[in-house]
Design a protein around this ligand. Structure first.
Ligand SMILES: [Zn+2]
Ligand SMILES: [Zn+2]
Length: 160
């Protein structure tokens, strides 16, 4: 797991919504799916799955955006519309925070990349594991265990 100083804080682009993280992430991911490409206006999204108990909105009132009826609730700043975090219906125990919202995200490196089937050929993330779509749910227990023991400095130090 990356070296992280808790608690961490973050905000949307305009600063109206602020969040506080008081627990270490369970896993970090980069997602190359078409939805993430559209919502980030970029090649992939960067996210850190946090236990819900260690996640708090400390300012502002995020609004739910994203597609309708798929059970995936994307939370945005009501003013600048930044995509801040995601919750899944039926999986209330974790929150998927967009890592780029953190005041200091320099520790972030994706451990898993998903939807490599729609990845840009030039988009490289350095992730340890890649899946053509989402990993099967029963893979997460092993991935999270491995993430906890992962020395992310091996990724961070590849460029000199
Ligand atoms: Zn905002
Ligand atoms: Zn995605």
């Amino acid at each position: 797991m990356p070296q992280i100083n808790l608690p961490m804080e973050g905000s949307c682009r305009c600063g109206e919504v602020r969040v506080k993280i008081s627990a270490a992430p369970m896993i970090t991911m980069a997602c190359h799916c078409k939805g993430c490409q559209k919502m980030t206006a970029s090649a992939f999204s960067c996210s850190a799955a946090m236990p819900t108990a260690g996640f708090e909105v400390t300012a502002g009132e995020p609004v739910i955006g994203g597609a309708h009826g798929d059970g995936i609730h994307h939370y945005h700043c009501p003013r600048c519309k930044s995509w801040i975090f995601t919750r899944m219906v039926g999986m209330e125990w974790f929150v998927n925070l967009r890592a780029t919202m953190l005041d200091d995200a320099t520790w972030f490196a994706p451990f898993v990349e998903t939807y490599t089937s729609t990845k840009f050929s030039w988009a490289e993330t350095g992730a340890r594991h890649g899946y053509p779509e989402f990993p099967p749910l029963d893979a997460f227990e092993g991935l999270m265990k491995e993430f906890a023991e992962w020395d992310s400095s091996t990724v961070m130090n590849t460029k000199t």
